[in-house]
Design a protein around this ligand. Structure first.
Ligand code: GDP
Length: 743
């Protein structure tokens, strides 16, 4: 008969490492239904009919976080054959807290005491036989990293499956024990015998989820009585008594070599989380990662993919010679322009290869266009970002695996909490200043779903690299190159993140973040290369798969809309963007932007093509104002472009394009990370509405204060900040939605 082993344990206890060791490559990664939490399943190596399911890392079975709800529901509803509970042996006390709860579920448990190599190295000793005897289950010493004890743990789990799990060893004080017994009687046969103790405990703790399913108002008097006697709330009573029990067993099973001695991890923490050094160390680490992944290695590989592989092509040899010849030609202008393919070994880019092939077959023009400008360009846009993502994800996975990520969260959490974000939001925001796509993807390191969604929604407000040309264009052409435009764009981004955090926190969707912030600082570890590479690959692959489709479709659509239109000869391909359907759409929607000061069809079209990639905003303007090749700083377009804008409307245009829905690739990433169409739509609408309000305020109030003319728009200009202030200061929006009731 097929057997399912459920892997359960605290975050950072080594679950991933053990899961990988047990399943090897027989894994399937998906999501738990309807939520963004990753679900991993696999087949136990060497067994045909034993499967493993990796439950989310949790500290307890109270429904505080989505992860806890998922793990608990799985155990209650799917009833796996056995629970393999991973316990971090270097942190017994904290980890056994979950164990005492798992033992209440009426499912056989095997305790895999992990990190046994670290325990042994410090000279401590864990008496596994004694631990097993006390817990009433088999306890196996494991080093998931080194592979010791892994097989034994799996075999113990297989042996335990099917056996009956004895009563939980965790005894409660007289008063509590009596109350639990009475609640058990009240529950009667509304729950199965196996679950009676678990259910009684949850009733006693007034667990909202359980009480919804099995209301037991009669129990309230019993609970109140105990609370009165022990002068504490029922949940704290249970927590404290569990820790009391653990406190009793620890001295019996753990022999510490040197009491109170500092471990290496403690010593590192003395520096890294030191009051004065924490931030400088953090800044240095971040600078290094950012530098390598965004400005050096990452940028090189991304440039190579975009300009070489998906561009004209690249040199394997002869690159330097060509560079020199090209420079000489640029300086002197004499002779014939050197062609790259004449130098060394030149590999043409994929578009050139496919274009050549299409020409050879002699396909129709429109098909060439669709394939090259639609599909290849679309796929190129997706793949172009992947190398940079790989570099970045490599670092993130390493930071996470070595334990430093938890420290970053710890250091920044107090600041970020104030505006509804988690300490872990910092990294996605920072990365987004390079590119929003890995920024959004990096939000995956945020465990709490609400924090993660908030980060995904706000992180693309940061100006990414592709938005820089827009900034350069506006500041160069209209604003006379003043220095403050670029810094103000970053400031506007940060300001928008903070304001949005505060506004969204007041909405019902994000309200009531009551979950106590429990965080364990795990001991530092040397990251296991296999895990790091695997995590890096998984993230990149899931981006390509999920985001790729949306980007492909959108790129093809915009290609069609801009390249086709009604001409004198009827419907067909058009030479000029001005004649395309997109121009028509731009004209039709231009009025929407009129209150923002840029109600021209050109600006509307540029904004629309900006959805494909923000670089297009400047490029499109170039085409529309009659320049075929436009330098990114917009030199040539100054006059024609500037004539259509005032300083204020130009800044409003800039603000709108910085803050509105990001490019399709980033939208794809948002869709991927939200894993939910409704939330994706909500995020994009929020961003666009917020951008609209901001641009409205800038244009209307700017014009009013600069020119003193009061129009209907001015009223809207005053109303928008009033609305923002109202949203900021109002009381929280109603009852918090129970997290677990998520779709
Ligand atoms: P998870 O959060 O529970 O999935 O934990 P991981 O599997 O990511 O492990 C957290 C860290 O502990 C990683 O750096 C692992 O390399 C490390 N680790 C896991 N198991 C062991 C072990 O048995 N010994 C040692 N020394 N390190 C381990």
């Amino acid at each position: 008969m097929a057997l399912t082993i459920a892997l359960a344990g605290n975050p950072n206890s080594g679950k991933t490492t053990l899961f990988n060791a047990l399943t090897g490559s027989n894994q399937f990664v998906g999501n738990w239904p309807g939520v963004t939490v990753e679900k991993k399943e696999g087949r136990l190596k060497g067994y045909k009919d034993v499967s493993l399911i990796d439950l989310p890392g949790i500290y307890s079975l109270s429904p505080y976080s989505l992860e806890e709800v998922i793990a608990r529901d799985y155990l209650l509803e799917e009833k796996p054959g056995v629970i393999l509970n991973i316990i971090d042996g270097t942190n017994l006390e904290r980890n056994l807290f979950l164990t005492t709860q798992l033992l209440d579920m009426g499912i056989p448990v095997v305790a895999a005491v992990n990190m046994i190599d670290v325990v042994n190295k410090t000279g401590d000793e864990i008496n596994l036989a004694e631990l097993g005897k006390i817990l009433g289950c088999e306890a196996v010493g494991v080093s998931a990293l080194k592979g010791t004890g892994v097989r034994e743990a799996a075999q113990a789990a297989i042996r335990a499956a099917g056996k009956k799990q004895g009563p939980s060893p965790c005894r409660f004080s007289c008063k509590v024990g009596e109350a639990l017994d009475k609640i058990g009687v009240l529950l009667g046969d509304r729950v199965s015998g196996d679950l009676r103790r678990f259910s009684a405990l949850k009733v006693f703790e007034r667990d909202a989820r359980l009480m919804e399913k099995i209301p037991l108002p009669q129990a309230e008097a019993l609970i109140l009585e105990v609370e009165k006697t022990l002068e504490d709330d029922s949940q704290s009573i249970i927590t404290e008594e569990r820790y009391g029990f653990i406190g009793e067993i620890i001295p019996r099973v753990l022999k510490k070599k040197r009491r109170g001695a500092l471990t290496l991890s403690d010593k590192i923490d003395k520096v890294v989380t030191n009051r004065f050094l924490a931030l400088p160390v953090f800044a240095a680490v971040i600078f290094l990662i950012y530098f390598v992944s965004v400005t050096t290695v990452g940028a090189w590989v991304t440039d190579w993919t975009n300009d070489g592989l998906f561009g004209d092509g690249f040199h394997i040899t002869g690159g330097a010679a060509y560079g020199e010849a090209a420079r000489a030609f640029a300086e002197s202008g004499a002779g014939e322009e050197p062609a790259p393919e004449d130098f060394g070994l030149w590999v043409p880019g994929i578009p050139a290869l496919i274009g050549g092939a299409l020409r050879a077959i002699g396909t129709a023009d429109w098909l060439n266009g669709l394939i090259l400008d639609g599909i290849v360009a679309g796929v190129g846009a997706v793949l172009g970002f992947v190398p940079q993502m790989l570099v970045l994800f490599f670092f993130l996975a390493s930071l996470e695996a070595c334990g430093y990520m938890a420290r970053i969260a710890f250091i920044l959490d107090r600041v970020f909490r104030r505006f509804g974000l988690s300490g872990r939001s910092f990294i996605p925001m920072l990365i987004s200043t390079g590119c929003g796509i890995p920024g959004v993807m990096a939000s995956r390191t945020i465990e709490n779903q609400m924090d993660r969604r908030m980060t995904i929604m706000t992180t693309t407000f940061m100006p990414c690299g592709a938005k820089l040309p827009i900034i350069a264009l506006i500041s160069g052409s209209v604003l006379g190159g003043v220095w403050w435009v670029a810094p103000s764009a970053y400031f506007l981004g940060i300001f928008s993140v903070v304001v949005s955090g505060l506004i969204l926190k007041k909405t019902r969707m994000f309200a009531g973040d009551a979950s106590p912030f429990v965080m364990e600082l795990p001991a530092y570890h040397f990251p296991a290369p296999g895990n790091v590479l695997r995590s890096m690959g998984e993230r990149a692959w899931s981006f390509m798969r999920k985001a790729g489709s949306i980007i492909l479709v959108s790129a093809a659509l915009v290609w069609f809309l801009s390249g086709f239109g009604f001409t004198e000869d009827g419907f067909g391909m058009v030479e000029d963007l001005r004649e395309g359907l997109l121009a028509g759409i731009g004209g039709a929607i231009a009025w929407i932007f009129a209150p923002l000061g840029f109600g021209t069809w050109e600006a509307a079209v540029a904004t629309l093509t900006g959805l494909v990639a923000k670089e297009n905003v400047v490029g499109t303007m170039g085409v529309l104002y009659g320049f075929a090749e436009v330098a990114e700083d917009g030199q040539q377009m100054w006059e024609a472009f500037a004539a259509n804008f005032t300083a204020i409307s130009a800044y409003a245009f800039l603000a709108f394009n910085l803050l509105c829905a990001p490019c399709f690739a980033a939208i794809g990433a948002i869709k991927r990370e939200m894993n939910n169409a409704k939330w994706t739509l909500f995020a994009l609408s929020y961003q666009t509405v917020y951008a609209y309000c901001t641009a409205l305020i800038i244009y209307q109030l700017g014009s009013f204060f600069a020119g003193g003319v009061f129009t209907a728009g001015t009223i809207a200009g005053f109303a928008a900040p009033a609305l923002l202030v109202f949203l900021l200061v109002r009381k929280s929006g109603g009852k918090p939605k129970p997290r677990d009731a998520e779709a």
